[in-house]
Design a protein around this ligand. Structure first.
Ligand SMILES: [Zn+2]
Length: 55
């Protein structure tokens, strides 16, 4: 199973399942992340590198 990451803090997201729908929850931000915004491992690495460069 693939892991997904938060677009804001890049933490691994918890997968929530219920009523046939799947949601992703970030423990650090305490928010649900919509499926359109979640990052897969590759996207997370790309984005976190970009941010590291800026800093
Ligand atoms: Zn987060």
């Amino acid at each position: 199973m693939e892991d997904f990451y938060c677009p804001k803090c890049f933490s691994k997201l918890k997968r929530l399942e219920g009523c046939g729908a799947v949601g992703y929850f970030c423990d650090s931000c305490k928010t649900l992340i919509s499926r359109k915004k979640i990052l897969n491992h590759e996207e997370m690495e790309k984005r976190s590198k970009k941010i590291t460069k800026k800093i």
